[in-house]
Design a protein around this ligand. Structure first.
Ligand code: FAD
Length: 434
């Protein structure tokens, strides 16, 4: 089996969580795997531009955990889980009519099941470490997919050589300068299969559109997001609020959430319509604290000092949220897209990455079912045929499921920012639980 599968050359585009897991699955089946990643290696602080080192905490759920478990990659899952914090419930924060602050814990599951807070970068590093140990995997950082011919099975990458020493001598330079100092060269690479896991603005998907009759739908919702940090308590470096909750300050059309980190801080996200961001940005010194006081009681100055709040709002980017659906996810036997490249979703269901990790498990289950890795199909033409049938089935099975998660994510925004507060929600919950 290993000898036959070695002859399949798989290119994975994107070394984010989904691409890295897909590379592990392919490598464990004996493929000759090459991972091409646009950015520098995120494990190497000397080559990583500052704006890519931002840590985003995510909720890792059973959907994602099960997909990592099925990678059958030694202690990988245990290593990842030791770097997570269980969140058993959500904690709703607010202010009563009498002015008193309150918080209310709402369990995620009647049977005690929970989700895990994980640092996206740590998870990604663990996956890359696991890949690097495998002899049949080659990691190519600073390589950007720029073109692909999915009939001729050839892809083109721009290889970026950073002017590393210049950057080290002048660490204050901005990213535009950093970009100027890149030297590029184009390489062409042949393949049997490309797995495109290059995120919401996927180049693989862009090129796939030229070959497949791909239906495509994208929507920017009228919400921006910005990250904040709640530091550990200065007195004893403990968590400032309960670490085993996902904290939510619902605000009607806005929302502030906090997810615990291993260093006992919380990574927080403000979600609000673009008009609120522009209104506050007109005069943050005057408006920001009032805005927080009114909408997210108990955050400033209790958990984030006024100066930190101002600084973080000023310095952290205000980013959009995109929702993408497309179909099919593949073309013939030569390309398939996974993760955000196939179905970027708004983050309110906490399932974007989890669904992407699940794509990987489902894809390889289907490839296995069709016998793509069986020694009975050593002939490349026969294997192409088998792989095409498997990719057909993958699109048919996965597109409706991913579309449903996409829709649920949009619906859960209403739930998180508003419904969790309403008496009706409480009655409904009570009826569900009794
Ligand atoms: P990405 O993480 O985007 O990785 C794509 C990779 O491809 C990148 O490394 C990029 O550099 C590389 N790349 C891009 N273009 C090219 C190219 N041309 N050539 C080569 N490489 C390229 N999900 C959850 O499951 N739980 C959560 O709690 C959660 N919270 C979220 C909160 C926020 C605020 C946001 C914005 C998202 C959240 N998500 C969450 C979604 C999650 O972040 C994404 O679904 C996940 O990162 C997608 O992983 P990916 O590997 O498909 O894509």
């Amino acid at each position: 089996m290993a000898e036959v599968s070695k002859t399949q050359k798989v290119l994975v585009v994107g070394a984010g969580p989904v691409g890295a897991l897909a590379a592990l699955y392919a490598a464990n089946r004996g493929d000759d795997v090459h991972v091409y990643e646009l950015r520098a290696d995120l494990r190497d602080p000397s080559t990583t531009p500052l704006n890519f080192t931002r840590s985003i905490n995510l909720a890792l759920s059973e959907r994602g955990i099960n997909s990592i478990r099925n990678a059958k990659s030694g202690e990988l899952l245990e290593e990842i889980i030791t770097e997570t914090i269980p969140m058993h419930a959500r904690m709703i924060h607010g202010r009563r009519k009498d002015g008193e602050l309150y918080q209310e814990s709402q369990a995620y599951d009647a049977n005690g099941r929970y989700i895990q807070a994980v640092d996206r970068a740590s998870l990604n590093k663990r996956l890359l470490d696991a890949l690097e140990k495998l002899p049949n995997v080659t990691l190519h950082f600073n390589h950007k997919l720029t073109g692909a011919d999915f009939n001729k099975k050839t892809a083109w990458f721009e290889q970026q050589r950073h002017a590393k020493t210049d950057h080290a001598q002048n660490p204050s330079q901005n990213d535009a300068l950093w970009h100027d100092q890149k030297r590029t060269a184009e390489i062409s690479v042949t393949f049997d299969l490309i797995i495109g896991a290059d995120g919401a603005h996927s180049a693989t998907r862009y090129h796939l559109m030229k070959f497949a009759r791909l239906d495509y739908q994208q929507e920017y919702i009228d919400t921006l997001w910005c990250e904040f940090q709640i530091a550990p308590r200065p007195s004893d470096s403990s968590f400032a609020i309960d670490p085993n909750h996902l904290h939510i300050w619902p605000g009607g059309s806005l929302m502030f959430i906090a997810i615990p980190s291993l260093d006992r801080s919380f990574t927080c996200t403000l979600f609000a319509p673009a008009s609120h961001f522009s209104s506050v940005s007109e005069n943050p010194e005057q408006k920001l604290v009032k805005f927080f006081h009114k909408n997210f009681p108990g955050v400033c100055p209790e958990l984030i000092s006024t100066s930190d709040l101002q600084k973080q709002f000023r310095e952290n980017p205000h980013l959009p949220l995109i929702s993408i659906k497309c179909k099919p996810y593949h073309y013939k036997s030569s390309v398939v897209i996974l993760g955000d490249a196939a179905h970027a979703m708004v983050p309110f269901y906490g399932q974007g990455m989890n669904a992407g990790l699940e794509d990987v498990r489902v894809l390889f289950d289907i490839l296995d079912k069709h016998g793509v890795y069986d020694s009975e199909t050593p002939d490349p033409a026969a294997r192409d045929h088998t792989r095409e049938a498997a990719l057909d089935e993958y699109t048919s099975q996965r597109a409706p499921d991913a579309g449903a998660i996409n829709d649920l994510a949009l619906q859960n925004y209403e739930e998180m920012r508003s419904s969790v507060q309403s008496p009706l929600y409480k009655v409904r919950k009570w009826m569900e639980e009794t």
